[in-house]
Write a protein that binds this ligand. Structure first.
Ligand SMILES: C[S@@+](CC[C@H](N)C(=O)[O-])C[C@H]1O[C@@H](n2cnc3c(N)ncnc32)[C@H](O)[C@@H]1O
Length: 182
């Protein structure tokens, strides 16, 4: 069964058709705000969507049941965490650790950010993730220069392979019990 973790509940309905097309039937949406979950729950009920589980969860301090996802989708949660005035650098590092924990090796992470450029996101997720694809977003021009107001990237979780290449165990939370032979 293909599993998907969604960190962006307001957009969940636009993703559903796409996810269903690719065979995702096990979808979990999380937010640390009980009222966000309550609101999403009432919309899901109204729309008759039975295949989404909703959970109040802090992504920076996840319960152990959340793991093994093929895809994790975020629009705005990494941004919100980045803007936290209380030790945002440490919180961003914790976000990357949580992401490694919930995603399967070779799982995909889709992030849409209004706060960070493509280059900044590549830097934030350089440890254990590689860019798979950049999604098209609206462009704008100002003062003779052009850029994107939003960055939308797809990363692949490659932590197992990094560990093999560098001879370092980057495979947490699935550490190897013995080093590879040969
Ligand atoms: C900017 S909103 C984005 C909402 C929606 N995805 C959208 O595009 O409109 C950020 C959301 O992240 C949630 N959030 C912030 N920090 C979180 C954390 N540590 N764990 C789980 N959710 C968090 C907030 O409660 C909020 O609902």
């Amino acid at each position: 069964m293909l599993q998907c973790l969604i960190l962006e509940l307001e957009m969940v309905f636009s993703w559903l058709n796409l996810l269903a097309k690719f065979g995702f039937s096990d979808i979990t949406g999380i937010d640390y705000s009980p009222s966000a979950i309550q609101l999403s729950g009432s919309v899901i009920e109204k729309e008759g969507l039975s295949n989404i589980k909703l959970k109040v969860e802090d992504f920076l301090n996840l319960s152990t049941q959340l793991s093994g996802f093929h895809i994790c989708i975020d629009k705005g949660t990494f941004d919100a965490i980045s803007l936290n005035p209380d030790n945002a650098i440490e919180k961003r590092k914790q976000y990357v650790k949580s992401l490694s924990r919930v995603l399967k090796v070779k799982g995909f992470f889709l992030i849409t950010s209004c706060n960070w450029t493509k280059e900044e996101l590549l830097n934030e997720f350089s440890e254990g993730f590689e860019l798979f694809e950049e999604l098209p977003t609206p462009k704008f021009s100002f003062g003779g220069r052009s850029g994107n107001s939003v960055a939308a990237l797809v990363f692949k979780n490659v932590r197992l392979f990094l560990g093999q290449i560098q001879g370092v165990d980057h495979t947490w939370p699935f550490p190897r019990t013995a080093p590879p032979q040969g």
